[in-house]
Design a protein around this ligand. Structure first.
Ligand SMILES: CC(C)(COP(=O)(O)OP(=O)(O)OC[C@H]1O[C@@H](n2cnc3c(N)ncnc32)[C@H](O)[C@@H]1OP(=O)(O)O)[C@@H](O)C(=O)NCCC(=O)NCCS
Length: 150
């Protein structure tokens, strides 16, 4: 992900019911140094003109990868883009020395939970009323990053 991508990233964020970071927050994250992992998936179909189909934002804190946001444009969901973005981000984290990945997810977000489970995450906690608008519990999920991620 580069600065030029951020308008498209924010548009996908808005289509995806995520807690909105917005342009400034993504830009700040991008400028913040080497411990951030920000990737986009691009369409390669001629009629889509190489648009961004999805993105992931994660950060390495000590020996952990924290996955903050992952989203795929609604018309490109179900084609493994989410899984590919997540696996690439985890692999980058592992290569930079992280040995565990963590994230929070809305308890009602089944699609995201399936994605995370497919990529090796397990639920290991719950935070009551963690999210707002609407109020909802967060499930805490983690995955050990012990060997090359495929
Ligand atoms: C979660 C999200 C990123 C998944 O992206 P994707 O590219 O469709 O995911 P994949 O194609 O890699 O699918 C991964 C798994 O998720 C499951 N999945 C995808 N969409 C689903 C849906 N609507 N309902 C249930 N499961 C779903 C898939 O079935 C797949 O598992 P399976 O095929 O083994 O059953 C996408 O749905 C999205 O952008 N959602 C809105 C944003 C969001 O909730 N982000 C996560 C919180 S930050």
């Amino acid at each position: 992900m580069v600065e030029h991508d951020l308008l498209e990233v924010c548009a996908i964020e808005q289509m995806s019911d995520l807690s909105a970071w917005g342009w400034d927050a993504y830009h700040k994250e991008m400028e913040s140094g080497g411990d951030t992992i920000m990737l986009v998936a691009r369409t390669d179909l001629a009629f889509h003109q190489n648009e961004i189909a999805g993105f992931i934002v994660a950060r390495i804190i000590a020996d952990e990868v924290h996955v903050n946001n992952v989203a795929v444009r609604p018309d490109f969901r179900g084609q493994r883009l989410g899984s590919t973005l997540l696996r690439r981000a985890l692999e980058q984290g592992r290569l930079k020395g992280a040995n565990v990945a963590r994230l929070e997810v809305r308890a009602g977000n089944q699609a995201a939970q399936r994605l995370y489970e497919r990529c090796g995450f397990e639920v290991d906690g719950r935070r009551k009323n963690y999210y707002r608008e609407p109020t909802e519990d967060a499930l805490l999920m983690s995955s050990r990053l012990t060997s090359a991620i495929r």
